[in-house]
Design a protein around this ligand. Structure first.
Ligand code: NIG
Ligand code: FE
Length: 405
């Protein structure tokens, strides 16, 4: 059989929904084709058509779908270690933002940086994720705040994917903060930059989804609704930074627009969980921001669970609220800070993360027909992925394109 590879001797955490935790197949085997998984099952059941293939032993290792970081701001100029020090001295994230620091200080650094500089600064963060078995990464704009610089960010995001052979999903986040040129004129900024720029960026094929920062220090639900209406006209899915610092009912608005995800949710009301469940909107939990900002208010995990809302986990990698480029650490934090089980944390960076990007069934599960993007781990059980802190037990990636050490 041409272009097919048979792998044997592994424990397969397929992450498919079912009765077995992790969708585990103890003595598993699988066959990959040029791009997709052709067959998955117990080694004892390898179909006749693949029997002639020479099986490559994975040495009894654990195999999972390649991990997915479904919420990052990975492309940015400079850093905000100075604000980190200020916060250690008692200043709050919102105070720093109101004083002109925060997102706007990264905007200054991002605008000033050349494309090559931004790529050079982003690559180590991307490589850190890849070294942890991550093969799909969402990257948002939001540190340019002019049409040209927002487009520049998304082009760089796409280029990073080409440079490293990983899938990049791009999100238009011009509604991240009001650009300094529009200070006090948020509505004009929404019309002239966020909405006009979205049309341009979409025309260039650079936008996979549309996001915004719905918050007292960001944009109001009615401003976000205008952006969402434009996204719908263009046929683009939406998502929202919602209820991170206060309850604006942003997630309810997002659900009304059939959002792929509502992200953060610390101040989300338990009674609103049904809105997300009904719309199939994934809750994206970002423990790195919760930890960094020393938040004390927890997302209503029990209510999300009870309502059957999918829970994803991501790094939120950004220079202000979450200078984190370890998805495994985010999984550990999701357990420690939010009470997710190790299995929920791994679902959060595989199956649920794929749903949050509109890639359900394609990525994040090991099943016939899904993309052949897998991670082989030097561990004894998949629960170890949320257990270790620091270091990566990744042994190798198996990708649709080739096998890399
Ligand atoms: O997801 N909340 C808004 N955006 C980011 C923080 C961005 C920044 O501080 O630079 C977040 O936490
Ligand atoms: Fe974010």
């Amino acid at each position: 059989m041409k272009n097919a590879n048979l792998y044997i001797n592994c424990a397969l955490a397929t992450m498919t929904a079912g009765t077995k935790p992790y969708g585990l197949i103890e003595d598993g085997a699988f066959v990959t084709g040029e791009e997709r998984i052709l067959w998955v099952g117990a080694r004892a059941n390898i179909p006749k058509e693949y029997e002639s293939l020479e099986g490559q032993s994975l040495g009894g290792r654990v195999v999972t779908p390649a991990l997915i970081d479904c919420h990052t701001h990975l492309v940015f100029g400079g850093n905000r270690a100075g604000e980190f020090a200020l916060r250690a001295g008692g200043a709050s994230y919102a105070e720093i933002a109101r004083a002109g620091g925060g997102i706007l200080s990264t905007v200054k650094a991002t605008r000033a940086a050349s494309e090559d500089e931004l790529i050079g600064q982003a690559l180590p963060r991307l490589d850190a994720l890849i070294a942890e078995g991550v093969a799909v990464i969402e990257i948002k704009s939001g540190y340019g705040l002019t049409i040209e610089s927002e487009i520049k960010m998304l082009k760089i995001a796409r280029k990073l994917g080409d440079l490293r052979g990983v899938k990049i999903v791009t999100t238009w986040l011009a509604a991240h903060a009001v650009a300094p040129e529009y200070k006090g004129c948020a509505d004009a900024y929404i019309d002239e930059v966020v909405i006009a720029g979205l049309e341009r960026a979409h025309g260039l094929g650079l936008v996979d989804a549309v996001d915004g920062f719905c918050e007292t220090i960001g944009f109001s639900p009615s401003q976000m609704e205008r952006v969402f209406k434009k996204a719908k006209v263009l046929g683009l899915p939406v998502k929202l930074h919602a209820e991170q610092l206060s309850d604006q009912k942003g997630a309810v608005l997002a659900a009304k627009y059939g959002a792929l995800s509502a992200d953060h949710l610390e101040y989300f009301g338990a009674a609103d969980a049904a809105h997300l469940a009904k719309a199939g909107t994934v809750s994206v939990l970002l423990p790195g921001a919760f930890y960094t900002l020393k938040e004390t208010r927890l997302p209503p995990i029990d209510a999300l669970r009870a309502a059957g809302v999918d829970m994803a986990v991501a790094t939120d990698c950004n220079p202000g609220s979450s200078p984190l480029s370890s998805l495994l650490m985010a999984m550990n934090m999701a357990g420690h800070c939010f009470g997710l089980t190790p299995e929920e944390s791994l679902i959060g960076t595989t199956r649920a993360a794929a749903l949050a990007l509109g890639l359900g069934g394609e990525y994040g599960i090991i099943t016939k027909g899904a993309r052949a993007e897998l991670a082989v781990w030097n561990i004894n059980h998949p629960c170890e992925l949320a257990y270790w802190m620091g270091g990566s037990p990744l042994e190798r990636r198996i990708t649709a394109r080739s096998i890399t050490p």
